[in-house]
Design a binder for this molecule. Structure first.
Ligand code: MN
Ligand code: FE
Length: 306
């Protein structure tokens, strides 16, 4: 299995590239990461952005880590993004994405992406507005794939989210979205499926199952986010956690059955900012051990922290 970690755990704790890189390689025993734009804001002035990106690239190289992708984190997800009601604000979001794609290229990441945006309650309730915003979103993604191609980013990843005012949020809508983008894009667009989104029962019902997403979208899936969840929230918990109920071994089996074992799968745990650093370190370590055993099938002995 192609297992790595989203650097969300390092945000506001271990932002120095050699520090998180050492943690990832030596403490967690991993060599694959998904960089988060919460560690380096794409709005940063270009000279600063390039300097820090070069430090990230160097640290990754020094520790033998591949930065598979660079992805939106919590910060950018707070904004309405490419579905903002105001066209000027949507253009600002496009500018953010262009900078993010340039940054991804500077980091040496092959892919970049994130959730695309959220419609306002008023817009979502108006079928005409929904349709216009959807059409414009397709145009925006097409334009971003052009920027990606020019920058040297090879894939654009779109994360499905568990909100009916965001796009795409269901298997059917994700399929339609990919169909509507067909033959329009300059680099492939792929979907990122976050298991805590896909199995959110208040929206998808108690019978939500990963196999529906896996069989429905199969080769359109470009990456997974792994997290522990109670299926009642987008929990982003780790292991062990008495509240969480997600079965990683069963998911690994489903992924293999769908023939998706090569799809990069990044553990994405989001800790409260106020949680003690030692607790975060202990949790991220035990969570990675859990996933290496249950997802990658590594033996107990091999995955003990060094
Ligand atoms: Mn996610
Ligand atoms: Fe999430």
């Amino acid at each position: 299995m192609n297992f790595g970690i989203n650097l969300s755990f390092a945000v506001k704790r271990w932002p120095e590239p050699p520090v998180w890189a050492k943690l990832v390689r030596e403490t967690l025993g991993l060599n694959l990461v998904q960089f988060t734009y919460d560690l380096l804001d794409p709005w940063s002035p270009e000279p600063l952005r390039r300097t820090i990106a070069a430090e990230v690239r160097q640290a990754a190289q020094d520790f033998g880590i591949t930065i598979e992708s660079a992805f939106s984190g919590l910060a950018n997800y707070c904004y309405d993004g490419l579905l903002h009601p105001d066209p000027s604000a949507r253009r600002v979001s496009m500018e953010w994405w262009k900078r993010a794609l340039d940054l991804a290229a500077e980091l040496g990441a092959e892919a970049s992406g994130g959730p695309l945006g959220a419609m306002s309650v008023a817009d979502a309730a108006d079928p005409g507005r929904r349709e216009r915003l959807y059409k414009e979103l397709l145009d925006s993604v097409e334009e971003l794939t052009q920027v990606a191609a020019a920058a040297g980013v090879k894939r654009f990843l779109v994360e499905c989210t568990p909100l009916a005012r965001e796009i795409p949020y269901t298997v059917a809508q994700a399929k339609q979205f990919m169909t509507d983008l067909r033959d329009r894009c300059h680099v492939p667009v792929r979907l990122l499926i976050d298991i805590g989104h896909a199995l959110y029962q208040p929206l998808y019902g108690p019978n939500a199952r990963m196999v529906n997403w896996l069989s429905g979208l199969s080769d359109q899936i470009g990456a997974f986010h792994l997290q522990n969840t109670d299926f009642q929230s987008d929990s982003h918990w780790g292991w062990p956690d008495s509240r969480g109920r997600f079965d990683v071994a069963a998911f690994a089996e489903e992924v293999r059955e769908a023939g998706l074992e090569d799809v990069p799968t990044h553990l994405e745990i989001i800790y409260p900012f106020e949680l003690a650093d030692e607790k975060v370190l202990a949790s991220i370590t035990s969570s990675v051990i859990h996933c290496r055993q249950k997802y990658c099938g590594e033996s107990m002995q091999k995955v003990q922290p060094v």
